[in-house]
Design a protein around this ligand. Structure first.
Ligand SMILES: [Fe+2]
Ligand SMILES: [Fe+2]
Length: 217
């Protein structure tokens, strides 16, 4: 496996019977959860496959990556209004009015609500789901795989930014690939004149400092 095409066309790993069963159950449940959002459903399954392939390429657990992809947009079934009210019920504190950050909440809410329904899903998967919209100053390889797969899965349009990230797959490190995706996401927010959550600026500064410290720049 050397690049994006291989990641997209990879063969499924040799999972155990239990692993296959959980994947099938989560996919079935997701189809019910997102029955009214077919585009989102197709995106989620595409992210799951892309994350599995990226995990295989970069030496990350493909099973956890697949589960994270299936689950990451689960709460997108809710309207913006409902996700904000659920986040308020859970006491989620983003330091700003939650209505300003409604598009960021679905991963955080899913990571709080879904472990009760699926206790057999490993905790690292929930963390990847939690940080897939915001990123975080400390990103595990699994967190990075989900974040990148969400941005470059094959159903996403061929914009110059996405194509540039796809071209980097296999020719750069996972950390650099994540950085491209993360910075590209911030640029997208800025160019669209959208609200930029202050926590993202803080994460950017902390990740940039860590990269500088590691000699990446
Ligand atoms: Fe998402
Ligand atoms: Fe997504």
């Amino acid at each position: 496996m050397t690049g994006y095409k291989d990641v997209i066309g990879h063969a499924e790993p040799d999972y155990s019977v239990e692993q296959r069963e959980l994947i099938a159950r989560l996919e079935r449940d997701l189809k019910v959860q997102l029955a009214h959002k077919q585009h989102r459903l197709a995106h989620s399954l595409s992210v799951a496959s892309c994350a599995e392939g990226l995990a295989l390429l970069y030496g990350v657990d493909p099973y956890k990556a697949r589960l994270a992809g299936i689950l990451h947009d689960w709460e997108k079934a809710l309207s913006g209004e409902k996700i904000v009210s659920r986040a308020r019920e859970l006491g989620i504190d983003m330091g700003v009015d939650l209505e300003l950050v409604a598009p960021l909440l679905h991963g955080i809410v899913a990571a709080r609500d879904l472990p009760n329904s699926y206790p057999e899903v490993p905790p690292e998967v929930w963390n990847a789901v939690k940080v897939h919209t915001t990123a975080a100053p400390q990103m595990s390889p699994l967190d990075m795989v989900l974040f990148v797969a969400d941005g470059i899965e094959p159903l996403r349009p061929k914009t110059p930014g996405i194509e540039a990230s796809r071209a980097l797959v296999g020719s750069t490190t996972l950390a650099d690939l994540f950085w491209e995706s993360f910075v590209g996401g911030i640029i997208y927010v800025l160019k669209g004149s959208r609200y930029l959550w202050p926590g993202t600026i803080d994460t950017y500064n902390r990740l940039a400092a860590a990269r500088e410290g590691a000699g990446a720049r």
